[in-house]
Design a protein around this ligand. Structure first.
Ligand code: BG6
Ligand code: MG
Length: 218
């Protein structure tokens, strides 16, 4: 059996936190008098916290001072953390545990590659922090997806080359990051949205052991 680096995004791949990000951003938008829909929220997936606020401001054509931006970022995260605080194992997305267990049994490095600065507390909350050999998150990188930095750092931590790395992602920015790093990209979600991915699945229940073995031994 060969060894590859298996790099997982967090939000929308392992847990469905997109709904919590949305609720918190919607309140920020409301305070700013900006209409912010579910559709608008798609653009925020995989994007850093600071850039998400910039996108919302651009959407409403609203300008605020840097000081106000800091206040809104803090307010957003405080609300988001109240949702996170209530999370447990039941919020792990379907099929994720089977894939993680199969990779562990086959001694494949499992790495987290997320834009979130809340990655560790979330993994702790849902009780799977110990599955990860390394974590690269929003605290470790300066360039946000679609820049490949987060995945390149992740591959390095697993002592694997980019071509020996596989990325699971639910965002367009994340798929682009994996592709520009020269990694194998696996889109989790709408195929029409993630059409740049090398492989597409609606969720992890569609990922078979044979497919994982093919990735390991390719
Ligand atoms: C990404 C999410 O994983 O993390 C984005 O898809 C989010 O929606 C980003 O903005 C940053 O997360 P956090 O937890 O640091 O605000
Ligand atoms: Mg994501």
């Amino acid at each position: 059996m060969k060894t590859k680096a298996f790099i997982f995004d967090l939000d929308g791949v392992i847990v469905d936190t997109a709904k919590y990000h949305f609720l918190a951003w919607q309140n920020v938008a409301k305070s700013l008098g900006i209409n912010f829909t579910h559709e608008d929220n798609e653009q925020l997936k995989g994007v850093s916290r600071v850039q998400s606020l910039e996108l919302i401001l651009a959407l409403g054509n609203v300008q605020i001072t840097d000081e106000q931006k800091q206040e809104y970022l803090l307010k957003k995260n405080e609300e988001y953390l109240t949702y996170i605080d209530k999370m447990d194992e039941s919020e792990i997305l379907p099929g994720v545990m089977d894939v993680l267990n199969f990779l562990k049994e086959n001694k494949q490095p499992i790495i987290l590659g997320s834009a979130s600065k809340n990655a560790r507390p979330i993994l702790e909350k849902v009780n799977i922090l110990h599955y990860f050999d390394d974590i690269v998150d929003g605290n470790d990188v300066s360039n946000a997806k679609p820049d490949p930095e987060v995945f390149l750092v992740g591959a390095k931590k697993a002592n694997q080359t980019a071509t020996n790395s596989i990325v699971f992602e639910d965002s367009v920015a994340g798929i682009q990051a994996a592709n520009s790093a020269g990694m194998t990209s696996v889109g989790i979600g709408e195929k029409t949205v993630l059409n740049e991915a090398d492989y597409n699945f609606n969720d992890f229940t569609e990922i078979s052991k044979d497919f994982l073995l093919k990735l390991i031994n390719q």
